[in-house]
Design a binder for this molecule. Structure first.
Ligand code: FUL
Length: 473
């Protein structure tokens, strides 16, 4: 009885409409671009001369074309990084494009990108660093008003903004300034009042930082987690370097822990929230462009691994692609991203269309199996220990199965296996834990005409709305 009450509580936690939008997007770009691009630094100190910012060939249309070609659905721009330089025509400070070499002070990168996004059908997001090493107000009572004024400009003047990315970094000790307390609640309230559909990521309530910057997602990434202290995720200076155990310990423990949502773990808590993970990682070693790092662009194999682990592992992927000093994405990055896009597209192309679905248990009236890769969910009429779903199709070599739960009914599946009929009996090809809003199960290619999905641990009955069979390509 107690267990039932507990599970009922868990399955009552579902995503907001805003979270659902970003879950469907899955993959979007991060653009780190500012004065650091010209100084070769990762963290500017705020004392840089704005004149050095002068991307002579800046072309936000090129960014958007490349972003689209990679299969990404939106882009988040560092409108202001820790050095405080603003990429838009702000009234709040002189440390901006207004006093830069770019277009003789008349340029506005936020405006240009937002217009290109509209033209190319991409969503636009903003990163506005709370840590500001240039502002005279930083570390004083006035700073939050200053920050809110900047946020207000950005969220009022550039059309729809799908995401606000909030970085917890606070390095006032580096500048001998008092520690600045960020009023995150005020930031959330302002953002929502100006952009009611905005999704807030990082030190924010909608999307959770996965806990590292190396592109690693958990094998079991849960959306239903204990109520988080999300405004308290301070990111240390070591965040730049490869993650290692020591840094893990220093950083906020709750965002880093391995198991964040198993039944056993959750049983220690009594308040929960829907909080999907986002993997943020750069295509290059640094977040900003550095000429010498071009040889270290991640290989297509590595990028696809990150994609399958994140987008294919019930997480979101925010892939950073830094433009160079001309204001363009480099040829090598462009090539890699196009290749990535082609491979992602191939997954869709290789989906088998004529699939006959069946189950060994009747479906609920409104959730009968009809076509569970085109939006119709399946949910059995009763709760059992095991549920089987069968997919039958013309014999072919398959190597992937895509599974999605209908998250309007929460995230329920805890364990599943995939079996392929070989003509010589069934073979287990994949053993998994969570599905969530997107799971791509990859396995060794196998020739088959029948796949069985066995769900063997679930929070009550499952609601499966996608069971796609993907041919090897
Ligand atoms: C970190 C920052 O310190 C890095 O420079 C970068 O912007 C990364 C996404 O977040 O906290």
């Amino acid at each position: 009885m107690e267990e039932e009450k507990f599970l009922n509580k868990l399955v009552s936690i579902i995503p907001s409409e805003r979270q659902k939008v970003v879950q469907e997007m899955g993959f979007y770009a991060f653009i780190h671009f500012t004065i650091n691009t010209f100084t070769g630094k990762e963290w500017g100190n705020g004392k840089e001369n704005p004149k050095i910012f002068n991307p002579m060939n800046l072309d936000t249309d090129q960014w958007c074309q490349v972003i689209k070609s990679a299969g990404m659905k939106g882009v988040v721009l560092t409108a202001k990084h820790h050095d405080g330089f603003c990429l838009w025509q702000t009234q709040t400070t002189e440390h901006s494009v207004k006093n830069s070499g770019y277009k003789e002070g008349k340029g506005d990168v936020v405006k240009e990108l937002s217009e290109s996004c509209k033209k190319h059908g991409l969503k636009m997001g903003i990163y506005l660093s709370p840590w500001d090493r240039n502002s005279e107000y930083y570390g004083t009572d006035k700073y939050m008003d200053f920050y809110i004024a900047q946020l207000t400009e950005l969220l009022s003047n550039y059309g729809d903004i799908f995401m606000l990315w909030l970085d917890g970094a606070c390095g006032s000790h580096l500048d001998g300034k008092p520690c600045q307390k960020y009023d995150f609640q005020r930031i959330y309230d302002t953002a929502l009042s100006l952009q009611p559909n905005i999704v807030m990521s990082g030190c924010a309530p909608d999307v959770r930082w996965v806990g590292n910057e190396s592109g690693i997602a958990r094998e079991s990434e849960w959306n239903v987690v204990p109520l988080f202290n999300y405004a308290d995720q301070n990111i240390t200076p070591e965040a730049q370097k490869d993650d290692n155990a020591k840094i893990f310990q220093k950083r906020c423990v709750d965002v880093m822990i391995k198991d964040m949502g198993s039944r056993e773990f959750l049983s220690k808590y009594d308040t929960f929230m829907w909080y999907p993970a986002e993997v943020d990682v750069s295509i290059r070693p640094g977040w900003f462009y550095h000429p010498l790092e071009t040889i270290f662009i991640k290989s297509i194999k590595k990028l696809m691994r990150i994609y399958y682990d994140s987008v294919g592992g019930n997480s979101l992927l925010l892939l950073n692609i830094p433009p160079n000093r001309k204001g363009l994405l480099c040829k090598k990055d462009v090539k890699r991203l196009r290749e990535m896009g082609k491979r992602i597209e191939m997954i869709e192309f290789s989906r088998i269309h004529n699939v006959k679905y069946e189950s060994d248990i009747a479906g609920k009236e409104e959730f009968k199996i009809s076509n569970i890769y085109e939006g119709k969910a399946f949910s059995p009429i009763e709760t059992r220990d095991k549920y089987n779903l069968f997919a039958q199709f013309e014999k072919t070599v398959v190597d992937k199965v895509i599974l999605k739960e209908d998250t309007d009914f929460s995230q329920r599946v805890e364990k599943f296996s995939i079996y392929a009929e070989t003509g010589n009996g069934e073979k287990e090809v994949y053993k998994g834990t969570v599905m969530g809003f997107n799971k791509i199960a990859l396995f060794k290619p196998i020739e088959t005409s029948k796949i069985r999905l066995e769900i063997n641990s679930c929070r009550f009955e499952p609601y499966i709305n996608s069971f796609q069979i993907i041919r090897k390509h």
